[in-house]
Design a protein around this ligand. Structure first.
Ligand code: BGC
Length: 238
């Protein structure tokens, strides 16, 4: 069936109707800039615009870049702090709401490189922050927040996110050194069978993955930037 998936990010909000059996977008996606400040009312307005654009009356799934428990937002590292405590599911008119990296991971496990993968799989998304999704034999352990592991006394995402690369004008190679250090730490903690790299940088894997050496296989997400939209839709299937 078709479900509208909407992916809220730090810089853009993207949505498209998704064929949830095939795991692909059925119409061209719409991207609107994330309102600044990214307060709940403004973001809900942008989400409503996307629903209207597609004339959508069916189920809607929405990702959020923070911890989400039973539709309620519990953290907001890269969006306005007034989100904390907001019932996002109610605010978005009864949509299913889940963490952005969890959504991307769910899509990648179902349709991407995590298919049939047993054991521990970690999806790490590098964007405005670093998101994480942990799977054990295909089952999600939600809201893991591994982007906030400390490295050199700092949040890992402040050193190694895609935004950190841009803000500090790091070469791909220098940034890859930071990612390498972060991945080694995560590998030590979880001994995963597979690490999947998602977020916008998954399209540019050729620029940094050759500089990464781990014992764990590391693969770029197959669904690339569409994983969040597809995962949001999967979460909202009735
Ligand atoms: C948030 C996570 C989110 C990640 C990617 C982090 O700062 O705490 O919840 O998944 O950014 O957006």
């Amino acid at each position: 069936m078709n479900v509208l998936g909407i992916d809220i990010g730090g810089s853009g909000i993207k949505g498209a109707p998704v064929d949830t059996e095939a795991g692909r977008l059925v119409e061209e996606r719409l991207r609107v800039p994330t309102p600044q400040p990214s307060a709940p009312g403004e973001v809900a307005g942008a989400v409503a615009d996307i629903v209207k654009h597609f004339d959508w009356t069916g189920p809607v799934g929405v990702t959020f870049p923070g911890v989400v428990v039973d539709g309620v937002v519990r953290s907001a590292a890269n969006v306005d702090r007034s989100w904390i405590g907001v019932d996002a599911a109610a605010l978005f008119g009864g949509a299913s709401v889940l963490n952005d990296a969890d959504a991307a991971g769910v899509a990648e496990m179902r349709f991407g490189c995590g298919r049939e993968q047993r054991g521990t799989v970690l999806m790490l998304t590098f964007g405005t922050g670093i998101g994480s999704a942990l799977f054990i034999d295909g089952r999600l352990v939600p809201n893991t927040e591994l982007g906030h592991l400390q490295l050199h006394g700092k949040d890992a995402e402040h050193r190694a996110s895609a935004r950190a690369r841009e803000e500090h004008e790091l070469s791909w190679e220098t940034w890859a050194e930071r990612v390498q250090e972060y991945l080694e730490h995560v590998e030590m903690l979880f001994s995963p069978a597979l690490i999947v790299i998602g977020g916008g940088v998954s399209k540019k894997a050729a620029k940094f993955l050759p500089h990464i050496t781990l014992s764990t296989p590391v693969e770029p997400a197959m669904l690339q930037n569409e994983a969040g939209i597809i995962g949001a839709a999967l979460a909202a299937r009735p």
